[in-house]
Design a protein. Structure first.
Length: 125
């Protein structure tokens, strides 16, 4: 499991520039920070080589538990895409291999965050 900051709100993920929808500065900053934390966690793991081999070869299940200051703070799925993209980019894997997603909304008034895990999924076929 990896603990990460809450992503920017969905309204701050993207910006429109000359009619094109682009990742905003806040979105780029968030993705860079998540990528850094993913690599830091991998570097500290004694099982990083077999872990990466498993993650790069199988179908994946993605679990995200959002800890907001209030249950009504944000929509449950508003931070899913940017978080999923950032973690998968940090690991160097394609997020199209995620075949199962679990989302949870929890309240922690003093420590807003997300807790994320990525594991092998059962074959959906």
């Amino acid at each position: 499991m990896l603990t990460l900051p809450i992503p920017p709100s969905i309204n701050k993920h993207y910006a429109t520039v000359n009619g094109r929808r682009l990742l905003s500065a806040a979105g780029r900053t968030y993705k860079a920070e998540v990528g850094r934390q993913v690599w830091l966690a991998l570097a500290q793991s004694p099982a990083r080589v077999p872990l990466m081999e498993r993650l790069q070869s199988g179908l994946l299940a993605f679990s995200v538990r959002f800890f907001f200051t209030t249950v009504l703070r944000r929509d449950l799925d508003s931070g899913l895409k940017i978080t999923q993209d950032a973690i998968c980019e940090g690991l160097g894997i394609n997020d199209n291999r995620i075949v199962e997603t679990h989302l949870y909304k929890t309240v922690d008034k003093t420590n807003p965050r997300i807790e994320v895990s990525l594991s092998l999924a059962t074959d959906p076929a």
